[in-house]
Write a protein that binds this ligand. Structure first.
Ligand code: ADP
Ligand code: MG
Ligand code: MG
Length: 897
């Protein structure tokens, strides 16, 4: 870390936007604007490598001080002023800037170089503007105190308020030079009291201390937490920018502003921004005075306004994207202080990308690169209708998306109780723990006062698709009410929580269905010009479909789900679970099957099930006509279809007590006791059932094949694929296959129906012996849920709520392996199985079923491994299509953004 002779300081004229990692985003873009010939104040950037060295050793690397001195000297001679010179001081800002923008990092210190002497020089140079000089000095002490020396910020802001009150002034503009000079004295005392030493008068010492504080702020608690959450590497470090000051607080012909080249909220074209006259730095976003819309700058200062617009157009053309901008006007002269490719909402991301394609600025590939499946997923959730102007209560972290409305409850039992009575509830807790699980299941949504995206509440809510907002600001929770910003909400009051934005509202906010879902459903046409978002999604999705190699199927058990998924673009069913075909009014038949004492009784029960199941498959194949449908033979242990042990035991005891007939229940109870398993997940299930219970798989295979033959007879085009679950050894599959093939051959006869027989790969041993198993399989489908459970040796239901939050906190994994595929471990098993399977049987079809099939990160992995398709729940199908498209784009990102 840090090499002898390494260059640690770059003048703005030396860098460019490709050097973000070294110079940070802010520094790289300041350099880029300098290269473009835009009016950027002179300055230089101390690299992230210097920060890394400082953090590793606690000291600046050798040579850094000298390098800074020589760059400072060059800056001084370019500006014709010396840092902190008593009669004509050069002042600088010291600004942090990492490769990723990050909350919690140290804020900027402006006006470095001012002291008791140079403040007079500054006033003289500003034409005797004493007020300006003292205002700048008090800002320096305030910012320096707060951010470099940890002086509590309120002490300064309270003193400022008092000064205003004493003057009867409503805002800081009404304080005159004498007031501000007095305030400087007061600030210096506050500084000394808190730090134990005087405010440093040596300009170079100010500069060094500010720079080192920026370095250290990389490890500030909030920054560390943020990085962990966003999975930003901890060792990147931040750069430090030293920039010659320009002054927006020199009078009414000066000011400061922010601007966007398009609306970052909606993506609409146009210029958006705010401007504040006679102000410096953060004033414009701090809300200390009312800003004016950027438009009005045109009447205030036409020349600067026109120049700004020209520059913004130039920046958009250069970055080929929405840019956000900070600028300052000093006595009618415009200065650019920052630009970056601006953050935007999910909707704006799609609209802007499509617009830029329309304007010929970017390719469709690039547009696809600039949107994400996560953004698309956001757009598919129903949203609150903010036109209803709801009362905002607080804001937290949007931890699991959705729009939930319900009555506030403060305990899990209460949530369960109200939900059982048919109420919709929102569970509000300081934080959740495993004991809250039942309440979380019963609730529409979960709101917590503590924790972030990896807290227990967040992990569990995402796992079960519940809306969740975590770590809500200023939320004080008592037993039967919470308060927030002076407002009290009692148990039973209705609130609305937005798991995407993190906003919490009072009362029931009306929910608006998603336009994007309406479009996928076919009820909203992309041609409707008044819905530019839908049009944009349509364009980009079409390109994704044209680009991707992975097919996208759906997991669907019913014809309804299949039809919906098909509208969402599913190209078949990757997983149809047949469990539900054994439930409802069929339970009795299943009981008969399980209790059958003789082969005759057993085959009677199976024969009764056959037509029912065949009818289910007919509906399903019809809905997916022309597309493949993978049907998984029964997987769960059979006792799951019997009543619970406790229930039966009670029934039998009660009946016996009353002297009633209980023979049937007693028989069932015996069976349940017999079939009880310590670890049902690892027990008699999947292919093992097929081998142990004669005729069970055969019945299912017959139902599937007969359904297909029937439809073929109607002129339809069914493509059934029979999938055997839980295979661990080729022998298991071979035996089942033999039985299946006989039935299939017999039923198919000359109907022309083709039935594939394949297996799930979900037991680690299957993955490791895939070369053998491929001999007996037409296809593999990776059951990534079980493969993850068995690969890690934990069951999802047991562990996700129990300790995952702790594992996430400890960094054992960055994201739950059930949310996103564990590339190194479980992913390795998939890779091995894919390679060894294809080596034996090159035409082997490879797919994934399990929720990972709809997870963006995982889709990229499955593309890399070369699978043929992913399969996911109907709602995730568009997300998978988009991400499969993104995964397939080749070539470099044409822009180093
Ligand atoms: P952030 O990362 O929080 O945006 P910045 O480093 O951009 O922090 O600075 C905070 C504010 O100070 C911004 O409004 C910026 O435009 C302003 N500022 C920074 N450097 C200068 C400078 N040299 N002259 C005038 N204003 C500056
Ligand atoms: Mg800024
Ligand atoms: Mg499984």
């Amino acid at each position: 870390m840090g090499n002898a002779g390494e260059k640690y300081v770059y003048d703005f004229s030396e860098g460019h936007k490709g050097l973000k990692e070294l110079l940070g985003g802010k520094g790289a873009n300041l350099a880029e604007m300098t290269r473009m010939g835009l009016p950027v104040p002179a300055g230089f950037t101390v690299t992230t490598r210097a920060c890394q060295a400082y953090l590793a050793t606690g000291d600046n690397p050798a040579g850094l001080a000298e390098e800074i001195d020589s760059h400072l000297a060059a800056l001084e001679s370019a500006m014709g002023r010396r840092l902190g010179d008593a009669s004509d001081p050069l002042l600088v800002s010291v600004r942090s800037g990492a490769a990723f923008s990050m909350p919690g990092m140290m804020e900027t210190v402006l006006n470095v170089g001012l002291n008791d002497e140079s403040v007079a020089g500054l006033a003289a140079q500003a034409g005797g503007n004493e007020r300006f000089a003292w205002d700048s000095y008090r800002r320096l002490i305030q910012m320096f105190g707060k951010t470099v020396c940890d002086v509590p910020g309120e002490e300064f802001s309270n003193a400022l308020e008092e000064a205003k009150t004493a003057r009867g002034a409503t805002d800081d503009l009404h304080l005159d030079a004498a007031d501000l000079q007095a305030l400087v004295d007061r600030f210096k005392r506050i500084f000394a009291k808190n730090t134990g030493h005087d405010f440093p008068q040596d300009p170079k010492e100010q500069l060094r201390l500010a720079m080192e504080a920026v370095f250290r702020s990389w490890n500030a608690e909030r920054a560390v937490l943020y990085r962990r959450q966003e999975r930003i590497p901890a060792d990147l470090g931040t750069a430090v920018n030293v920039v010659a000051m320009v002054f927006g607080n020199l009078g009414p012909d000066s000011g400061t502003g922010v601007a966007f080249t398009r609306d970052p909220a909606s993506g609409a074209q146009g210029i958006y921004g705010d401007y504040l006259q006679n102000a410096q730095g953060e004033d414009v976003v701090a809300g200390i005075r009312n800003t004016i819309p950027l438009d009005e700058l045109r009447t205030l200062d036409r020349r600067s306004y026109d120049e700004l617009l020209t520059i913004m157009a130039k920046l958009e053309g250069h970055y080929r994207d929405l840019c956000d901008i900070e600028f300052t006007i000093e006595r009618g002269k415009l200065w650019m202080l920052q630009t970056r490719v601006g953050k935007r909402t999910a909707g704006a991301a799609f609209r802007i990308a499509a617009q830029l394609v329309g304007e010929g600025m970017i390719s469709l590939d690039e547009a696809l690169r600039r949107v994400s499946g996560a953004q698309l997923a956001q757009l598919m959730f129903p949203r609150f209708d903010l036109a209803a102007d709801p009362v905002a209560l607080t804001k937290g972290i949007g931890a699991s998306p959705g729009a939930a409305v319900g009555k506030v409850v403060f305990s899990a039992p209460r949530a369960v109780e109200l939900a059982a009575a048919g109420e919709q509830v929102i569970l509000v807790r300081r934080e959740t723990n495993p004991e809250d699980l039942a309440g979380m299941i019963a609730a529409q949504g979960i709101l917590t006062a503590r924790g972030g995206k990896t807290s227990h509440a967040a992990v569990v809510a995402r796992g079960m698709g519940r809306t969740c907002v975590c770590g809500a600001d200023q939320l004080e929770i008592a037993a039967d009410r919470f308060t927030v910003a002076g407002r009290t909400v009692n148990e039973g009051d209705v609130i609305s929580i937005d798991g995407t934005t993190g906003c919490v509202y009072l009362d029931a906010v009306p929910v608006r269905p998603s336009e994007v879902v309406q479009y996928f459903e076919g009820t909203l046409s992309s041609a409707e010009a008044e819905v530019p978002l839908v049009d944009a999604v349509h364009k980009i999705m079409s390109h994704a479909d044209a680009t991707r190699d992975l097919a996208v199927r759906t997991n669907a058990d019913t014809a309804d789900d299949a039809a919906r998924a098909r509208r969402f673009g599913a190209e078949g069913i990757g997983l149809c679970r047949t469990e539900h075909m054994f439930l409802g009014d069929r339970r009795e038949l299943v009981e008969r099957l399980i209790l059958a004492a003789t082969p005759g009784e057993r085959s009677d029960a199976l024969a009764a099930l056959l037509p029912l199941q065949r009818a289910d498959f007919v509906d399903l194949f019809r809905a997916m006509d022309g597309l493949p449908v993978t049907v998984r033979l029964i997987d769960p242990p059979l006792h799951e279809f019997l009543p619970s042990l406790e229930e039966l035991a009670v029934n039998v005891a009660v009946a016996r007590e009353r002297g009633e007939d209980h023979a049937e229940d007693a028989e069932l109870l015996d069976a349940v006791r017999r079939m009880h398993e310590q670890n049902p997940m690892l027990g008699l299930r999947g292919v093992r059932l097929g081998l142990v219970i004669p005729g069970l798989f055969a019945m299912q295979v017959r139902a599937i094949t007969e359904a297909a033959v029937q439809l073929a007879g109607e002129g339809l085009d069914p493509h059934p694929e029979i999938m055997v679950p839980l295979v661990g050894a080729v022998q298991e599959l071979e035996m089942v296959r033999q039985e299946c093939e006989q039935i299939v051959a017999e039923v198919v006869a000359d109907s022309g129906v083709n039935v594939l027989i394949g297996t799930m790969i979900e037991v680690p041993r299957a993955a490791l012996t895939a070369g053998q198993i491929a001999e007996a399989a037409d296809f593999f489908s990776f059951g990534t849920n079980d493969l993850t459970q068995m690969g890690w040796g934990f069951s999802r239901d047991d562990v996700e709520g129990a300790f995952f939050w702790r594992y996430l906190e400890l960094g054992i994994f960055g994201i739950s392996p059930f949310e996103s595929i564990d590339r190194e471990g479980v992913g390795r098993l998939i890779r091995i199985a894919a390679e060894e399977g294809r080596a034996v049987r090159p035409e082997l079809k490879l797919g994934v079923c399990g929720e990972h099939g709809g997870d963006p990160e995982s889709v990229h992995f499955f593309h890399e491994v070369g699978l043929d398709y992913v399969s996911c729940s109907p709602f995730r199908v568009p997300v998978a299509r988009l991400e499969a498209g993104r995964a397939a784009i080749t070539g470099e990102d044409s822009d180093s953004r």
